[in-house]
Design a protein around this ligand. Structure first.
Ligand code: ASP
Ligand code: MG
Length: 487
């Protein structure tokens, strides 16, 4: 862990309670906890193929799907297209699952019927020939029959995963029918044949590579493949998934597995911006950014890219491009190993943060105190985002309250514990930020009016993170936009 916890001593005039700060990001921690990811280094060669991933809104309407077909056939280089479920579907499936878990079969049935009706309408506009519509309707029938059968079975966690998998299975199969109708040659690759996770729910990259390359070599003359994002098989061989928003992860894993030339993530926004466009008036798109910077941004709220999806691409040095389906000509953002330029690139915020302070005079001059504290979080599989320490206290943040009660109870063995909910991490990200002249001065001067609960600096040279009460988030982002970007 010492690799990722890198402390620097700082003393800001207005926040001199902070003696040292530690910071590490989830992706680094995950690499540390799952060293098998490092084992995947013996690549043979780069397969000349690109990955194109389209999210829920990009396939959410029949006309959008038609546009996706155009986008993927613009060039004839070999490619694997990864699709999410139609927008709204996974949420609906989660709802159905929840009803079933609560034994509310009536509501579950109503939701299933409503979703089915949505797909019947979708098919009508997706395909234009009777033959293709019949094929598409048969697919819809097959999957909704499955959901209706589930109504009769007693609910289990495995069944829940089966339900959640229906969205990506439907979107890819329907898309395949449309491609076929258009005479576009392609192969539908079942992700369940090659995407696997281990007993810790970590993707098995070497295994994915082996399976996927074997499948691809069976289709040497095929130039276009379509597969499902999000779904996979777990260690027990059951259907599972890569967690919500996991289609980006699939794309990145597939790209890494075959060492693709590029991994394109197509969404409905034109790349990453320097600040949250929903909150501040003026934002600028970021043209180029490094994996390290993107990892920090992705975790801290830049919703455009799922944070887990950075490491596979980074490990295999596959550039990731963030592109906009609604504006395909726009440059978007490219994420590469190199940073391009030095300095602050973006500001991002993450809500729903809980700060926990553990205060104990036993910490004074003691060793092993932090380990004990960390072990409590490890026991409850809760990852820590920010850490700041003083001589007699340590504050950490977490983004899940799943085991908060148990964690607090155990921490109380080591000192007085205080919990602040409703906090927001505001993260300032940029290549070698720490070397940028007067950066801290500019930063803190611009937010002088904001009460800051924690400051984390020095964990990586690419990031400064602040913890503020969520009520100050908007103001903080606006002030930083002015102070750091002059916007
Ligand atoms: N359909 C899944 C979800 O909504 C995966 C994804 O879209 O990335 O979470
Ligand atoms: Mg997504």
């Amino acid at each position: 862990m010492y690799l990722f916890i890198n402390s620097v001593y700082l003393s800001f005039e207005f926040c001199n309670f902070v003696r040292s700060t530690y910071f590490f990001i989830k992706t680094s921690l995950s690499l540390y906890l799952h060293p098998q990811k490092f084992l995947f280094t013996h690549f043979e060669h780069r397969i000349i193929m690109k990955i194109m991933k389209f999210g829920g809104t990009s396939v959410g309407k029949p006309e959008r799907m038609h546009q996706v077909a155009q986008l993927i056939t613009k060039t004839d280089e070999p490619k694997i297209v990864v699709l999410s479920a139609l927008s709204g579907t996974t949420n609906a499936l989660v709802g159905i699952s929840d009803y079933l878990a609560a034994r509310n079969k009536v509501e579950a049935k109503t939701s299933i019927d409503k979703l089915e009706a949505h797909y019947r309408d979708f098919v009508l506009l997706l395909a234009s020939t009777e033959e293709a519509r019949a094929k598409a309707n048969a697919i819809v029938t097959e999957h909704f029959e499955f959901l209706n059968i589930i109504l009769l079975i007693s609910f289990s966690d495995a069944l829940n995963k089966d339900i959640l998998a229906q969205g990506e299975l439907l979107s890819t199969k329907l898309f395949s029918v449309f491609l076929e109708e258009q005479g576009i040659a392609h192969e539908l690759l079942p992700a369940l044949d090659f995407m696997t996770i281990d007993e810790y729910e970590e993707p098995q990259l070497p295994n994915i590579r082996e399976k996927l390359t074997a499948i691809l070599s069976e289709h040497k003359s095929t130039k276009l493949f379509v597969t499902q994002g999000y779904i996979c098989r777990n260690a027990k061989g059951e259907v599972d998934n890569l967690k919500r928003g996991g289609s980006d992860y699939t794309a990145s894993l597939v790209a890494a597995a075959i060492k693709a030339t590029v991994c394109e993530i197509w969404t409905d926004i034109d790349g990453m911006h320097n600040n949250d466009p929903r909150i501040v008036d003026k934002t600028l798109p970021i043209k180029q950014i490094s994996f390290d910077e993107a990892a920090e941004l992705a975790y801290f709220g830049a919703k455009i890219l799922h944070p887990t999806c950075i490491w596979p691409a980074q490990l295999t040095n596959v550039p990731v491009k963030l592109l906009n389906t609604m504006q395909p000509e726009a440059e978007g953002t490219v994420i590469t190993q190199e940073a391009g330029s030095v300095g602050v690139k973006a500001v991002a915020a993450k809500d729903g943060i809980i700060a926990i302070k553990i205060k104990s005079s036993r910490m004074l001059l003691a060793y092993g105190f932090l380990r004990k504290i960390f072990e409590v979080f490890e026991k409850y599989r809760t990852s820590i985002d920010m850490i700041t320490t003083s001589e007699v206290a340590v504050s950490v943040t977490i983004d899940s309250n799943l085991h908060l009660e148990e964690i607090v109870k155990e921490l109380e063995l080591y000192g007085t514990v205080e919990v602040d909910t409703n906090q927001t991490i505001v993260s300032i990200v940029g290549n070698e930020i720490s070397k940028t002249e007067h950066i801290l001065q500019r930063l803190f001067e611009s937010i002088a009016e904001i009460p800051v609960r924690m400051v984390s600096y020095g964990g990586s040279p690419h990031n400064v993170s602040l913890l503020v009460n969520s009520e100050f988030k908007i103001k903080t982002l606006q002030l930083l936009n002015k102070g750091l970007f002059g916007l």
